[in-house]
Each structure stands twice: as structure tokens, then as C-alpha cells.
Ligand binder design. Structure first.
Ligand SMILES: [Zn+2]
Length: 173
């Protein structure tokens, strides 16, 4: 059980209007395995917990403003050596709740639209979406893969060049 569990559904507009200037803070943890919209690979990381921090307020124009941060330690597959790698995913976002796509089009560009249904949104669906957006397309061990055999990269310039130790070895034979 998580100590600091967030509600399953929230009403963003209501939260933004509760304390429009000071803002309403909502922080807590969501287990990755509760985020149904994520890939099986991510959901199976049973111990991974997303720390979420959200602030609901209204801006100077009276528009609902939600500023959010999330952070989670993931295990991803390195796209260079295909071995697992630890990846610290961190993301900040600024959204405004809308009831329809039409409403979304009128939103100032500094906000991403957050589509609600009857004023509600599933926190799990929303956070899964934000994680999707923040995931690297091709995660790689940085600066290089520990277990990775650099032969492939070396082939481009290495063994054919005259100064290569391999060339000298060949001479000895
Ligand atoms: Zn790697």
C-alpha cells in the first residue's frame, strides 16, 4: 500500500477555482502497475512509483492553470546494447482543463489541453499520458554501454587504418 495515494478521479476545474490565487496542491504517489494505459513492459515494473505533484490555480486571465511535475525511476531497454538500463524520468507540464476539442482550440498556446469528461478526469489516464510524452524514443546507456562490445563502431575506421594494432598483429602472422 502506498502511504500517499492520490485520488482516482479529480475535478480539475473545481480544484482550480477552490483557491484561485494561492492554488490547491495535490501531491502523492501512483504505482506504475496502476497505470493501465502504459505498455506491459512499464506496467510490469511493480516497484516503480511515480511521484506526482500538481498545483491547481487560475492565471491572470481567469484561465484554469495546472502545473505539474512527475518523477519515476524506470528500467528501460537500451536501444544500443538491448540490455536493461536504469532511467530517471522527470517531466514538468502545464495544462488547462477543457470540455471539448473545440474549447481546446481557444486555449492560449502556453497550455496543453487536458480533456475532461463531465468535469472529471482519471488521474491514472492523465499521468500515463504524461509519462508517454516524456519517454525517450531511443533510450541509451550514457555515455556508453558498459557491457557493449565497441567492435561495430570501430569497424568504420579501426582495423583498416595502418596504425591499427590489429594490422600489426596481422603482419606478425
Ligand atoms: Zn546499452
Amino acid at each position: 500500500m502506498l502511504l500517499n495515494e492520490l485520488p482516482k478521479y479529480i475535478q480539475p476545474v473545481k480544484l482550480c477555482r477552490t483557491a484561485p490565487l494561492k492554488g490547491t496542491q495535490l501531491s502523492g504517489d501512483i504505482s506504475l502497475c496502476n497505470l493501465n494505459d502504459l505498455s506491459q513492459e512499464l506496467k510490469s515494473q511493480k516497484n516503480a512509483v511515480v511521484s506526482v505533484s500538481l498545483n491547481f490555480s487560475t492565471d491572470g486571465e481567469g484561465i484554469c492553470c495546472i502545473k505539474g511535475d512527475l518523477a519515476v525511476n524506470l528500467s528501460l531497454i537500451c536501444q544500443r546494447c538491448l540490455q536493461p538500463m536504469d532511467y530517471f524520468l522527470e517531466s514538468s507540464f502545464q495544462v488547462s482543463p477543457v470540455a471539448s476539442d473545440q474549447e481546446a482550440q481557444h486555449l492560449p498556446s502556453r497550455y496543453e489541453p487536458l480533456l475532461t469528461h463531465d468535469g472529471e478526469i482519471s488521474l491514472a489516464e492523465w499521468i500515463a499520458e504524461e509519462i508517454h510524452l516524456a519517454l525517450p524514443l531511443a533510450p541509451r546507456h550514457e555515455p556508453s554501454c558498459v557491457s557493449y562490445d565497441t567492435k561495430d563502431e570501430g569497424d568504420e575506421s579501426g582495423s583498416n587504418s595502418p596504425g591499427s594494432p590489429f594490422a600489426k598483429l596481422a603482419d606478425l602472422k
